[in-house]
Design a protein around this ligand. Structure first.
Ligand SMILES: NC(=O)C1=CN([C@@H]2O[C@H](COP(=O)(O)OP(=O)(O)OC[C@H]3O[C@@H](n4cnc5c(N)ncnc54)[C@H](OP(=O)(O)O)[C@@H]3O)[C@@H](O)[C@H]2O)[C@@H](O)CC1
Ligand SMILES: Nc1ncnc2c1ncn2[C@@H]1O[C@H](COP(=O)(O)OP(=O)(O)OP(=O)(O)O)[C@@H](O)[C@H]1O
Ligand SMILES: [Mg+2]
Length: 400
C-alpha cells in the first residue's frame, strides 16, 4: 500500500495504523474488494493487500473523482478567537457524498456483501430504539441486520419485523443471581463474539438501558469489537457507559459517537470539565474529539456537527420542526451502514495512493447518514405534518 505519510491527516494515520496492525472487516464490499467466501473477510490485512483491484471499473473511478470534487468544495476558514489560529469548518456537500459512497446494486454480489450489521440494544423498557436502528440500516441497503437484546425484549422486536435477526442474549441484574454473574457475563460475551467477525459494523446503545450488569457485559463486547477492528457507532445508553469509561473508545479511529443534547452535555462536563459553549461550538467539539484520542463525534442538533478533531463538518439540510423520539436511532442506523461503505471506499483509495485517501471514512459515513435522515424527515413532514412519527420517517428513507 503506497501512502505518503506527509499527506495524511492525523485521523487518517490512526485509521491506517488500525488496518495495518490487525485485521479489519472487509465483508462489506463496495467495489468488489472481496469477492471470496465469508471467511476471507477475516484474513490478515497483509493477505488482503494482494486482492486484485482489476474490478475497479471506469464507473468506480468516475464516482471516486466525483466524491473528491464534492469533498473539495465549501471549506471556509474561521479564526479561532482565543489563539488567533485558523480553523476549518465545512458545510459538507452531503448529497454528493451519499451518491459517491452508496454501493451500487450489483447482480454479481452475494448476500452479505452490501453489509452485515448488528445493533446491541433493547431491554425491558425500550424495544423501539433497536428496531428503528436495525430496520433503517436494512432499508438503506444492508443485506443482514442483527439485534442483540435482552430476553424480554427479543419476542417484541421480532414481532415488529421478520426481517431482523434477533438474538435474546443480554441479561439484566434482576434475572441473574450475584454468584452467577461472572459465568453469565462470559457466556453473553461469547454469544456475541461468535458472530463478531461476520459483522461490518456495530451500533451499540439504542434502547440498551442503564442496568449496571448489562452495561458491564456491553463493555466487554466493545473491547472485543475493538480488538477485531470492527467499526462501532456509540449511541444512546452506550454513550452513558462510554462517558464513564472513556478508555473503551479513546484513540479508536473506527469509533463514532452520536450524542444528542443531553449526551453531549454529559460528555463535555466529564471530558472538558466545563459547560457546553454554543458560541464556540466548533472549537469545543474539536477539543472534545481530540481529548478522546480523535474519535469521530457527530453532535446532533439544529445542524449536525461532525469532527474528528481536525476539521468540523456541518450538515444543515432542513429536516423538520418535529422532534419525535426515535429520529436519533434512525440516524445511528444510517451512519453505521455508511461507515461500512466509506471504510470500503477508503481502502480502495488507500491502495491507489489517491489524494482522496486523506479522508477519514467515519466522517464521510456521518455526513451521509445525517443528510439521508434529514431528507427523509423533511419528506415525511411534507405529508404527515404534526402527526409525523418515526415509522413515517423510516418509510421515506432513500426517497427523493
Ligand atoms: N421508542 C423507543 O424505544 C425509544 C427509546 N429511546 C432510548 O431511550 C434511552 C434514553 O434515551 P434519551 O434520548 O431519552 O436519553 P437522554 O436524552 O440522555 O435522557 C433524557 C432524560 O432522561 C433521563 N434518563 C434517561 N435514561 C434514564 C434512566 N435509565 N434512569 C434515569 N434517568 C434516565 C436523563 O437523565 P440524566 O442522565 O440526564 O440524569 C435525561 O434527563 C436510550 O436507550 C434511547 O435509545 C430513544 O431512542 C427514543 C425512542
Ligand atoms: N433543533 C433541531 N432542528 C433540526 N433538526 C434537529 C434538531 N435537533 C435534532 N435534529 C435532528 O434530529 C436527529 C435526531 O436528533 P435528536 O437530538 O432528536 O437525537 P436523539 O435524542 O438521540 O433521538 P432518539 O429519540 O432517537 O434517541 C438529528 O440527526 C438531527 O439532524
Ligand atoms: Mg438517542
Amino acid at each position: 500500500m503506497q501512502i505518503q505519510p506527509s499527506t495524511q491527516s492525523p485521523a487518517t494515520l490512526r485509521f491506517l495504523a488500525a488496518i495495518s496492525t490487525g485485521t479489519i472487516q472487509l465483508g462489506f464490499t463496495l467495489f468488489k474488494l472481496n469477492t471470496g467466501p465469508l471467511n476471507e473477510s477475516v484474513r490478515p490485512v497483509e493477505h488482503r493487500r494482494n486482492y486484485s483491484f482489476a474490478s475497479s471499473t471506469v464507473a468506480v473511478l468516475r464516482r471516486q473523482s466525483f466524491l473528491i470534487r464534492a469533498l473539495g468544495g465549501g471549506i471556509h476558514h474561521k479564526v479561532d478567537s482565543t489563539t488567533g489560529s485558523i480553523m476549518q469548518e465545512t458545510e459538507a456537500d452531503a448529497v454528493s457524498i451519499i451518491r459517491a459512497i452508496t454501493p451500487t446494486l450489483d447482480p454479481t454480489r452475494h448476500k452479505g456483501q452490501a453489509g452485515r450489521i448488528a445493533v446491541i440494544g433493547g431491554c425491558r423498557e425500550y424495544t423501539g430504539a433497536p428496531y428503528f436502528a436495525a430496520i433503517s440500516a436494512l432499508k438503506i441497503g444492508a443485506d443482514l441486520s442483527h439485534v442483540f437484546c435482552t430476553k424480554d425484549a427479543a419476542p417484541i422486536i421480532k414481532s415488529y419485523s421478520p426481517e431482523l435477526i434477533v438474538h435474546p442474549v443480554l441479561e439484566e441484574s434482576y434475572s441473574v443471581r450475584e454468584e452467577e454473574r461472572k459465568q453469565v457475563s462470559v457466556k453473553v460475551v461469547a454469544e456475541v463474539d461468535k458472530w463478531m467477525e461476520r459483522f461490518d459494523c456495530l451500533v451499540v446503545g439504542p434502547g440498551l438501558g442503564r442496568d449496571p450488569f448489562l452495561l458491564d457485559c456491553v463493555s466487554e463486547i466493545m473491547k472485543h469489537a475493538r480488538h477485531s477492528n470492527v467499526p462501532i457507532v456509540v449511541d444512546g445508553d452506550a454513550l452513558f457507559l462510554v462517558t464513564n469509561n472513556l478508555d473503551l473508545v479513546h484513540g479508536y479511529p473506527l469509533a463514532v459517537l452520536t450524542p444528542n443534547v443531553n449526551e453531549y452535555k454529559r460528555l463535555v462536563q466529564k471530558v472538558l470539565k466545563c459547560e457546553v459553549d454554543d458560541a464556540d461550538a466548533h472549537k469545543q467539539l474539536s477539543s472534545l474529539s481530540k481529548q478522546i484520542g480523535g474519535v469521530t463525534i457527530l453532535r446532533k442538533g439544529r445542524s449536525d456537527l461532525i469532527s474528528d478533531g481536525d476539521l468540523v463538518n456541518s450538515v444543515s439540510i432542513y429536516g423538520s420542526p418535529r422532534r419525535c423520539g426515535g429520529q436519533g436511532d434512525i440516524l445511528s442506523g444510517s451512519v453505521f451502514l455508511f461507515v461500512c461503505a466509506s471504510v470500503a471506499v477508503f481502502l480502495s483509495w488507500a491502495h491507489r495512493d489517491s489524494v482522496a485517501a486523506d479522508r477519514n471514512p467515519t466522517i464521510l459515513g456521518c455526513i451521509a447518514g445525517s443528510a439521508l435522515l434529514r431528507k427523509a424527515v423533511s419528506l415525511a413532514f411534507e405529508t404527515r405534518k404534526r402527526a409525523t412519527l418515526t415509522t413515517d420517517i423510516i418509510e421515506c428513507l432513500g426517497r427523493r
